[in-house]
Design a protein around this ligand. Structure first.
Ligand SMILES: [Fe+2]
Length: 595
């Protein structure tokens, strides 16, 4: 059988993404938000058709009240021609261009969640003969977790908010599963009903803390400021253990005889009901003790359950390797505690762990599980966006020259540029760094990053006030040369995608205060030269200047906006904020009058 060109397409409340699998390898992936410049862009508002898809028909008003995404329950979008939607066309062009193939070259489309009818019609009209497959949501997450991992075999943990109602579960939704992967096979061991949704619990606490949908990362940052007070009140609701909280309804509806093992493993009891007594924080209102304690509680429960499940999986599968995906997998604090406490030697968390990364999971599902090919792809980096030409870059540089009072230097060689950048960082300048292809996942990993000096105790406040315009309590990340990470962090495993948050070693907190969180952890990115030569060499240069083998890294964006994508986006963000310096490919651009 020929290796098919597979397009993975996914849209949920988290965004709209596409990935291309060519010759069994993921060669391109990106999300609509980066191209449309609208954060969490879901293409079309949540409509009546979506209520069916999500299983929300019972009481749409509740969802509307709890989820701040665009809703339009009056209009029927099921007949909308996606060929006429600019955002959809741009996303298609972007990934096809990055993969170097045309629309006609696609053999198979794996799509999911919303707009299945529209997507099918779009491709049927344009690519006769292409096959359409709608893989199961959590199996696709398991594929996303395991198939691109470095492991030949591994235990797999998938946890999120909710999937889609399925016939085989009596039209119940799931909120996760545990599985085992080996070669190109994945076996589901146990599935979790939506009543046990860790993602749902975390999302609700996120709302109560006054954050918006998809801003769970803010709750994670707030959690260490809280106390265990609320957690102590609610923890009796949480049951851990085989058969815990098993209800007849779940047995009947979820686990039909012979379908799946009947362990339920954990239950959240009436946690959600308990939350009803709290009022959501209003925008711009200060955090009350309750809000901080709620964040603490959600984080603690997620950690308790994940550690329990990981230990159970370790014993059940005998594997030493753990793969994680689903939105909860973006919780780098919990991921590290799982690794530290469950007996696994190695962990892999797919960098785009939430629903956006399903585009990749679905495409690999087709290639490896349906078509049966051996795994030929391993995720070693996350730079999956389309490349830009020298003309694109020069055009952006020229527009910068026209629009602002800047000094522009073009470097023939990169090495002197690293020296100039390192010196700018060392002297307290806020710098930005745009290079190569964009990151697919939510973390900037050195191609679309704002960089600053991790040694400066005031740098957090400076960045927040001059550039990011974001909440002061949120931590910034260190990007550290991989071979030196152990000197600064309690970390003896790679963390290339910023999805582990180990402790900062005693005595080092004061050396790198700008990247040490209030609980003395840091969301580390380990950088190796084979994965990102330019970023590695820049950090190395900073190390030569200062003795510190890391820089502070935060995404090249301002609050409320997606990470910059094109060189033009980079110039725009640079000029509209207090960033002093832009390293754009071979160009070093500095504002003449720093703000
Ligand atoms: Fe999901």
């Amino acid at each position: 059988m020929k290796k098919r060109n597979i397009l993975g397409l996914t849209t949920s409340g988290h965004g709209f993404s596409a990935a291309l699998c060519v010759e069994g390898k993921i060669v391109a992936a990106n999300s609509l938000e980066r191209l449309s410049r609208k954060k969490y862009d879901i293409l079309l508002p949540i409509s009546k058709t979506d209520l069916n898809t999500f299983g929300w028909n019972d009481n749409p008003a509740i969802y509307k009240q709890h989820i701040d995404l665009p809703f339009d329950l009056e209009k029927d979008y099921s007949e909308v021609d996606f060929g006429k939607l600019e955002g959809f066309r741009r996303l298609m062009d972007h990934v096809l261009n990055a993969a170097g193939i045309g629309l006609d070259d696609i053999d198979c489309v794996a799509y999911s969640y919303r707009h299945n009818g529209n997507v099918k019609r779009f491709f049927e009209e344009r690519i006769p003969g292409a096959e359409f497959i709608v893989p199961e949501h959590h199996l696709s997450h398991a594929c996303q977790a395991f198939l691109p991992s470095p492991f030949e075999e591994a235990a797999v943990m998938v946890l999120d908010g909710q999937g889609v109602p399925m016939k085989r579960t009596g039209y119940d939704q799931l909120s996760g599963c545990l599985a085992q992967g080996s070669g190109n096979r994945i076996e589901t061991i146990v599935e979790f009903p939506v009543s046990a949704s860790l993602g749902g619990l975390y999302a609700e606490v996120t709302r109560l803390c006054g954050f918006q949908t998809n801003e769970e990362g803010k709750t994670m940052g707030l959690a260490p400021y809280g106390t265990p007070k609320i957690y102590e009140q609610v923890k009796g609701e949480i049951r851990l253990g085989e058969g815990a909280g098993l209800r007849l309804r779940d047995l009947k509806r979820l686990f039909s005889p012979g379908d799946r093992p009947k362990e339920k493993l954990y239950s959240l009891g009436n946690c959600m009901g308990f939350l009803q007594k709290f009022e959501p924080r209003q925008k711009d209102e200060p955090f009350s003790d309750d809000h901080k304690d709620l964040a603490f509680m959600a984080q603690q429960i997620v950690e308790d359950v994940m550690i329990y499940l990981a230990k159970w999986l370790r014993e059940k599968t005998g594997s030493k390797n753990l793969c994680i995906a689903g939105g909860v997998g973006l919780n780098c604090v919990a991921n590290f505690k799982v690794l530290d406490n469950s007996g696994f030697d190695s962990i892999f968390v797919y960098p785009s762990a939430s629903d956006n990364g399903l585009a990749v999971g679905q495409a690999l599902y087709i290639h490896n599980l349906v078509d049966g090919f051996e795994r030929a792809y391993r995720t070693t980096h996350d730079y999956m966006g389309a490349p830009y030409t020298e003309t694109d870059i020069r055009k952006a540089v020229e527009s910068c020259r026209e629009d602002a009072d800047v000094v522009i230097t073009e470097f023939r060689e990169m090495k002197p540029l690293y020296g100039t950048m390192a010196q700018a960082i060392e002297t307290g300048k806020i710098t930005s760094w745009w290079q190569g292809r964009s990151e697919f996942g939510p973390r900037a990993l050195g191609n679309r990053s704002i960089l600053a000096d991790p040694r400066d105790p005031d740098m957090k406040d400076v960045l927040n006030s001059r550039v990011k315009f974001r909440e002061s309590y949120r931590p910034f990340t260190p990007s550290v040369l991989a071979e030196r990470a152990g000197e600064f962090f309690e970390l003896n495993t790679p963390s290339p995608f910023m999805l582990l948050a180990p402790g900062v070693k005693p005595g080092k907190e004061n050396v790198i205060p700008a990247v040490t969180h209030v609980d003395n952890t840091a969301r580390v990115q380990t950088v190796t030269r084979d994965v990102n030569e330019r970023y590695y060499d820049l950090i190395r240069e900073f190390e030569i200047h200062t003795g510190i083998p890391m820089v502070l890294n935060t995404s090249f964006s301002i609050a409320g906006e997606p990470i910059v994508e094109s060189p033009q986006d980079a110039v725009r963000c640079f000029l509209s904020t207090g960033i002093d310096v832009l390293g754009l490919d071979r160009f070093f651009i500095e504002k003449r009058t720093p703000e």
